[in-house]
Design a protein around this ligand. Structure first.
Ligand SMILES: NC(=O)c1ccc[n+]([C@@H]2O[C@H](COP(=O)([O-])OP(=O)(O)OC[C@H]3O[C@@H](n4cnc5c(N)ncnc54)[C@H](O)[C@@H]3O)[C@@H](O)[C@H]2O)c1
Length: 322
């Protein structure tokens, strides 16, 4: 990409985002609380880049590309002055983010796109600090930014459609994928992640299974599918009528937490039962089902091989019941 980018807050996330954009060809200025910190982070990103090349995680010429495309700025104002896209990645403190966004939008070009990497703060509440807030939205990279391929885009009520489109294009140019969600507490990624954690914590608190066994089950059963299929594709493949039956049983014990979602019941009532009926939440034409099954089977076999190649994660004693 031939864009000019500024990253404000060049710490853990901002640094990773800067590497991603610089490797994609953008000219990236790093700004931080002081020029000294920006310079130190610049040097850290180059050292880290060399380690990633050594480990085969970055392309062979990554250090040259990073050296050419990254630079440390003297100030936020200098970094953003000529930027097409600015990503804010300062600590998760609302007042700090607002004051930094105020400085960014005062010094940036009026048409520059501004993103925030906030995990939890309402984008609408940050937008009040931004001049021309129609060019502002959440652009939420995940940790570790260089290696996680998805980015959550969160427009606030006043974000222009063209700004969302431009954010999609910029992220796509880095090879990552976007999903656009509404500006609600937790957005979508964290809402889902914490829903799973909440249930897992209850299982452990209630003495139903140990933390190790919960993690083993997640990794080796339904979590094993998740790199390929999200919850809707999985439900469609399982059969939505099957899901509705399971909810029937679960809600006897947990009527609040596991009441049948109305959207699921409506699908079942209208005869959309998932792949076996030509579609459910997602459309799967009958003639593509053999292709889907073949893809699924291949994906799981290759996934298992990858895990065996990598060996177990260095956690605890890597014990299992198997
Ligand atoms: N760490 C994660 O796993 C993760 C994941 C997703 C999103 N996020 C979000 O990303 C943002 C950054 O998190 P992080 O983990 O990179 O934090 P971090 O502490 O590693 O980095 C923050 C950087 O901001 C700089 N900074 C502080 N005050 C500043 C100022 N006034 N002006 C300019 N720079 C300033 C700090 O010096 C530091 O370099 C947060 O909003 C966080 O919620 C973090």
């Amino acid at each position: 990409m031939s864009r000019s980018v500024a990253i404000v807050g060049s710490g853990y996330m901002g640094g990773g985002i800067a590497q991603v954009l610089a490797l994609a060809g953008a000219d990236v200025a790093l700004a931080d609380a002081s020029p000294h910190i920006a310079r130190e982070n610049y040097e850290r990103l180059l050292r880290e880049g060399a380690d990633f090349v050594r480990d085969g995680l970055f392309p062979d010429d990554a250090v040259e590309t990073l050296t050419r495309n990254l630079h440390a700025a003297e100030s936020i104002e200098e970094a953003v002055a000529n930027a097409d896209f600015i990503e804010e990645a300062v600590p998760e403190i609302p007042d700090l983010k607002r004051s930094v966004l105020e400085r960014i939008s005062a010094a940036a070009r009026p048409d520059a796109l501004i993103g925030s990497n906030t995990s939890t703060i309402s984008i609408g509440q940050l937008a009040v600090a931004v001049q021309n807030p129609e060019r502002f939205l959440g652009v939420h990279f995940s940790n570790p930014a260089p290696f996680i391929p998805g980015v959550e885009l969160i427009p606030h009520a006043g974000t222009a459609a063209a700004s969302v489109q431009l954010a999609r294009e910029i992220v796509a140019e880095t090879g990552k994928q976007t999903a656009t969600v509404k500006d609600v507490t937790g957005f979508v990624l964290n809402r889902l992640q914490y829903a799973l954690f909440h249930e897992a914590a209850q299982v452990v608190e209630d003495g139903i299974a140990s933390a190790e066994d919960v993690d083993t089950l997640v990794r080796t059963t339904f979590g094993f599918r998740l790199p390929f299929f999200g919850p809707f594709a999985i439900a469609d493949m399982a059969g939505l009528d099957v899901y509705a039956f399971c909810y029937g049983t679960l809600q006897e014990e947990f009527p609040e937490r596991f009441s049948t979602p109305p959207i699921l019941q409506q699908m079942v009532d209208s005869g959309r039962l998932g792949t076996k009926s030509g579609g459910g939440f997602l459309d799967v034409p009958a003639e593509r089902i053999p292709e889907l099954v073949a893809y699924r089977n291949k994906a799981y076999v290759l996934m298992q091989r990858l895990i065996e190649d990598l060996g177990p994660a260095p956690l605890g004693e890597n014990r299992s019941d198997a």
